[in-house]
Design a binder for this molecule. Structure first.
Ligand code: FES
Length: 105
């Protein structure tokens, strides 16, 4: 399967907001009211383990659920009025559990 993210989906995400991880790995940036931007060295695989060709080194993954080319963002989140912060507004419950477990160690 080869799916090319639309140029419009990527053009709204300037590369100067975040850079590739210092260790050469990948970074994933949740964009406010938009997709997850993945940069760096990563592999995209489906649930069966089959490689999905990302077509480029920086990709936008849909997190609104409305894209016509999932898992890639096609810009539909704007028309859909998708709203989400870039960072979580509160810690995940699992993070609370892990922090409590760390304190007991
Ligand atoms: S996040 Fe862009 S179409 Fe879903």
């Amino acid at each position: 399967m080869h799916v090319q993210p639309s140029p419009s989906a990527e053009s709204e995400h300037p590369d100067d907001v975040a850079s590739v991880a210092d260790d050469g790995g990948a970074t994933i940036t949740p964009y406010r009211d938009g997709p997850l931007i993945v940069r760096g060295d990563f592999r995209l695989i489906d649930q069966d383990g089959a490689e999905i060709d990302p077509g480029r080194r920086t990709i936008a993954l849909c997190r609104c659920g409305k894209s016509g080319i999932k898992p890639f963002c096609d810009g539909t989140h704007k028309r859909a009025g998708f709203s989400a912060p870039s960072a979580p507004s509160r810690p995940r419950p699992a993070a609370h559990l892990r922090a409590a477990g760390d304190a007991e160690d």
